[in-house]
Write a protein that binds this ligand. Structure first.
Ligand SMILES: *[C@@H]1O[C@H](CO)[C@@H](O)[C@H](O)[C@H]1NC(C)=O
Ligand SMILES: *[C@@H]1O[C@H](CO)[C@@H](O)[C@H](O)[C@H]1NC(C)=O
Ligand SMILES: *[C@@H]1O[C@H](CO)[C@@H](O)[C@H](O)[C@H]1NC(C)=O
Ligand SMILES: *[C@@H]1O[C@H](CO)[C@@H](O)[C@H](O)[C@H]1NC(C)=O
Ligand SMILES: *[C@@H]1O[C@H](CO)[C@@H](O)[C@H](O)[C@H]1NC(C)=O
Ligand SMILES: *[C@@H]1O[C@H](CO)[C@@H](O)[C@H](O)[C@H]1NC(C)=O
Ligand SMILES: *[C@@H]1O[C@H](CO)[C@@H](O)[C@H](O)[C@H]1NC(C)=O
Ligand SMILES: *[C@@H]1O[C@H](CO)[C@@H](O)[C@H](O)[C@H]1NC(C)=O
Ligand SMILES: *[C@@H]1O[C@H](CO)[C@@H](O)[C@H](O)[C@H]1NC(C)=O
Ligand SMILES: *[C@@H]1O[C@H](CO)[C@@H](O)[C@H](O)[C@H]1NC(C)=O
Ligand SMILES: *[C@@H]1O[C@H](CO)[C@@H](O)[C@H](O)[C@H]1NC(C)=O
Ligand SMILES: *[C@@H]1O[C@H](CO)[C@@H](O)[C@H](O)[C@H]1NC(C)=O
Length: 796
């Protein structure tokens, strides 16, 4: 079987090469006698096994589900889409037995495997639909024989390889849908030959190279979707010839260059999606000709210049996304002509000037996002007249003056980080803003002290040292960099309560009386605005993190000379200090120690598994674990600080962790992964049990030829001797925690558990079989496997 198949493939390939396709394959299906050809069809149907579940084969095959025949009884259509499970029975279909088949619809039939090359014998086929299956492998070249194809849909499969040049043969093709596969390589220029094509959809693949200018030859194209690929190069201006186009989507590629003026020729365009690329230059004013446009997505590019006046001509526009670009200038007044507008997003640009009152004409606006710009002037009072606003975000601008009383009851109206005055805002508004900011949704949790609207008036700010305006606040609106300077007497050493790899920590009493911990980071970069932007982003993310075992980051202050993070102040200081103080170490009894280890695990697990993007700490040590006043709860601090100082977010890092906590593989990989944190956690857990850093023990344990002394050392011998020996119940917990700590210390990162696993183990009721601590050697602990047996209830 196998050799003959490969020989036939060879023949087909050769024939195509010599430009005489079809002959070899078609030869088998030439029907001399109708009756014998029909018999072959019926036999092939039965042998396919496709209908074995639904038919007893006694009725005429033309009556079987999904089959249509011509007058002669020969099959013309098979449409069993979504009805029959095919699995690998697709291969059993004898394609050469159906000379009259015109339509084959097998969408959603759970087909497995690759497309057999024999498919090329269905020479009359006009409709082929194989979408939503599990097809893999490359498209067989024999497909090119299906020269009559009108619609070809193979979307949502796992097809690999490049799009065959031979697709240029499908002269009758109207719809080609290859989306959601794994196609690689370039768009073949031969697609330009498919001049009847109305729909070309290559979206969600890994196609690279540039958009070939031949696409501009497809004059009948209505929809062109090349979204989510790896396309590079510019948008060819030949696309301007596609004047029938209704939808053009090039989103999420790496397309660069300017937006061609000629796109303005696509008068029928309803949706233009160029977002998430690397487009530069200005928005061509010529786009104003696209008066049928409903969707205009140019967000996440590098577009500069100002928004052209002509945008006001796009009277049908409902969704306008220009956010995350480098737009400057003012919002054009003509925007008021877009009376159908529902979403306007201009976030993250450098747009200045006032918010035009003309925008009030766009009263259908539901989402208005103008945040992170340089808009000035007053808060627009007309927003209260919008028909059904859902979210209005004017945060991070330079709006001044009072907040009109009429706006106080508006929900989801975000004015934080402006230069507003007025201390009389109603509690409801504060609550909405606060609760959103902090990820809570309960009004009862709102407290005025978390006010995020900066209340400082412009006049007050002017008095700031050196006139350096600076600070973006996330905490009490009443604090400015100046306040910090005052509270710490310009970071005087007397206020310093600790120094770490990232900078120094100061204790500061703010004018409000509140005591906070200030972490002053040494800046690596000078005044690079992009660093500020990424820093703001990172901190914003960190301030939004809420976990009962992570030190709350109240806010930050960005100043030319330094960056300051404002944390919740913890009176008892670090775990390191507590363990080093004999009185406090005793207060930290066994139960508290076990709980603290669990707290730390939950916090790290949260950052590794529940945050988007995930956060790797990179410096877990007893210095970075803080304890509450009763020493009953642990808080991990400094999460994300490493990344703040390393704005490229690469895992390769200059900021090393603390000596003695660093995973062994870091010495040669220099890559921080979650598993490095897992190792550091293991060290800290052991340190908590031992009362001191395990030091040498770590190296002894990791060497394979472990010395007999450590091999024979028992768990009870390493426990902190300042505490009385644990009772039986606590001993069980200690054994449990120690086992997990040792698993975390595996030399191979892959063998360490994930923090999610650790955290889940701590939460579960499973407990190991109790063993007296003096009967467990460290060697055993290290080599323990599958220790989680039994349940606490049945054991005790
Ligand atoms: C088998 O086919 C006959 C003729 O079409 C039909 O009457 C009968 O109900 C079918 N039996 C089953 C079990 O499907
Ligand atoms: C497929 O059908 C053709 C005739 O239509 C026959 O010659 C051939 O042997 C069949 N192939 C298989 C694998 O059954
Ligand atoms: C192909 O089949 C799928 C699922 O059955 C369907 O959604 C899709 O519209 C079909 N494609 C064409 C071109 O008709
Ligand atoms: C386009 O389709 C028409 C029928 O709709 C057909 O007559 C014509 O030959 C096709 N064009 C090409 C280039 O094949
Ligand atoms: C593939 O694209 C064609 C033409 O645009 C469309 O008719 C068909 O529904 C699409 N297939 C799926 C599964 O969406
Ligand atoms: C496209 O990707 C392939 C690998 O899939 C690579 O060999 C080729 O160089 C890439 N081409 C371009 C133009 O980037
Ligand atoms: C392209 O195909 C995908 C999946 O079939 C579909 O979601 C998308 O809407 C299509 N694009 C166009 C423009 O029809
Ligand atoms: C916009 O960007 C282009 C290309 O980067 C540059 O040549 C041009 O000077 C910029 N224009 C403005 C107004 O900044
Ligand atoms: C807004 O800023 C511009 C300069 O960018 C300035 O000319 C104008 O006076 C400011 N308007 C207000 C109301 O502050
Ligand atoms: C904010 O506005 C004030 C006064 O209108 C001005 O002095 C300051 O430069 C503005 N800031 C920015 C970032 O535009
Ligand atoms: C207000 O904007 C800030 C900054 O963009 C954001 O963090 C906060 O979640 C927003 N609040 C609301 C209520 O939308
Ligand atoms: C950094 O590490 C994280 C977690 O291990 C990983 O998801 C991410 O892809 C890495 N980034 C780079 C640039 O290597």
């Amino acid at each position: 079987m196998a050799p003959s198949v490969s020989i036939s493939i060879l023949i087909v390939v050769l024939c195509i090469f010599m430009n005489v396709p079809t002959i070899v394959i078609a030869a088998g299906s030439v029907a001399t006698f109708k009756s014998s050809s029909l018999k072959q069809e019926v036999q092939a149907l039965m042998e396919s096994g496709w209908w074995s579940g639904s038919s007893n084969y006694t009725s005429s095959h033309c009556d079987w589900p999904g089959i249509k025949c011509n007058f002669g009884g020969s099959i013309t259509e098979i449409d069993i889409a979504g009805k029959i499970y095919l699995g690998d029975k697709f291969r059993k279909f004898n394609f050469s037995s159906f000379p009259n088949l015109v339509r084959l619809s097998l969408g959603n039939n759970q087909i497995l495997g690759s497309i057999p090359f024999e498919i090329g014998s269905l020479s009359k086929l006009t409709h082929l639909n194989l979408s939503h299956n599990y097809l893999t492998g490359q498209l067989p070249l024999s497909l090119a024989n299906l020269a009559k194809l009108v619609k070809f849909d193979i979307s949502f499969n796992g097809i690999t390889g490049s799009i065959p040049r031979e697709f240029g043969n499908f002269k009758n093709l109207l719809e080609l849908n290859l989306s959601h596969n794994k196609f690689t390589g370039p768009i073949p220029s031969t697609l330009g030959l498919l001049t009847n094509l109305s729909d070309l959809n290559l979206s969600f693949n890994e196609i690279n190279g540039s958009i070939v200018s031949e696409i501009g030859l497809l004059k009948n194209l209505l929809n062109l979707d090349l979204r989510q690929n790896k396309l590079t190069g510019p948008i060819p201006s030949s696309l301007g010839h596609l004047t029938n186009l209704v939808s053009l989507s090039l989103s999420s590629n790496q397309i660069n260059g300017f937006i061609p003026q000629k796109i303005g020729n696509m008068k029928n365009l309803n949706g233009l999606f160029l977002d998430n690329n690397m487009l530069i230059g200005m928005i061509p004013s010529y786009l104003g000709h696209l008066t049928r446009l409903v969707f205009l997505f140019l967000d996440f590019n590098k577009i500069n210049g100002s928004i052209p006046l002509q945008i006001g001509n796009m009277k049908n526009l409902r969704y306008l996304y220009l956010n995350n670009n480098n737009l400057v200038g003012q919002i054009p007044l003509s925007i008021g002509h877009l009376t159908k507008l529902e979403t306007l997003n201009l976030n993250w640009n450098m747009i200045s000037g006032p918010i035009p009152t003309e925008l009030a004409n766009c009263f259908l606006i539901k989402f208005l996002s103008l945040s992170h710009n340089y808009l000035n002037g007053s808060v627009p009072s007309w927003v209260k007249d919008l028909y059904a606003p859902i979210k209005i975000d004017l945060s991070y601008n330079n709006l001044t003056g009072n907040v009109p009383i009429s706006l106080i009851r508006m929900r989801e109206f975000n004015l934080s980080y402006n230069s507003l005055e007025g201390r009389y805002l109603s509690a409801t508004m504060i609550c909405v803003v606060t609760s959103k900011l902090f990820g809570y949704f309960l009004h009862s949790q709102c407290r005025v002290k978390n006010l995020v609207l900066p209340m400082k008036t412009h006049a007050e700010l002017k008095g700031t040292k050196n006139g350096n305006l600076f600070s973006i606040w996330n905490y009490d609106g009443n604090i400015a960099f100046e306040d910090i300077i005052q509270a710490t007497e310009d970071f005087d050493i007397r206020y310093c309560i600790g120094t770490g790899g990232y900078g120094s920590v100061y204790k500061a009493q703010l004018p409000s009386g509140k005591v906070v911990a200030l972490k002053k980071l040494n800046r690596l970069e000078a005044e690079d605005p992009t660093v500020d932007k990424s820093f703001r982003n990172e901190v914003k993310m960190l301030t939004e993190i809420r976990h009962r075992n992570i030190v709350k980051l109240h806010g930050y202050c960005l100043h030319k000379r330094c960056m300051v993070l404002i944390y919740e102040y913890m009176e008892r200081g670090s775990l390191f200090c507590v363990l080093n103080n004999d009185v406090e170490a005793v207060e930290l009894d066994w139960t508290k120690r076990v709980n603290i280890i669990k707290d730390i695990a939950h916090a790290i697990s949260y950052m590794h598994h529940d945050c988007i993007p995930i956060i790797v700490h990179r410096d877990i040590s007893s210095n970075n674990i803080l304890l509450n006043s009763k020493l009953e709860q642990a808080f991990v601090s400094d999460f994300g600080t490493a990344r703040l100082l390393d704005p490229n977010s690469s895992n390769q890092t200059l900021v090393a962790g603390t000596y003695g906590y660093i995973a062994p593989e870091l010495a040669y990989t220099m890559m921080f992964t979650e598993k490095c944190d897992v190792y550091s956690f293991g060290v800290v857990a052991l340190e908590i049990l031992m009362g001191i850093h395990p030091g040498e023990l770590l190296t002894t344990l990791s060497s394979s030829s472990s010395s007999s002394s450590s091999r024979n050392m028992m768990l009870n011998e390493i426990l902190d001797q300042r505490l009385p020996p644990p009772n039986r119940i606590v001993a069980r917990d200690i054994f449990f925690v120690a086992t997990i700590a040792f698993a975390c210390l595996c030399t191979k990162p892959k063998s360490r558990p994930t923090m999610n696993w650790v955290s889940q183990e701590f939460l579960s009721r499973k407990k190991p079989i109790a063993k007296p601590l003096h009967a467990v050697s460290l060697w055993q602990l290290k080599n323990e496997e599958n220790f989680m047996v039994g349940d606490i209830d049945t054991q005790s």
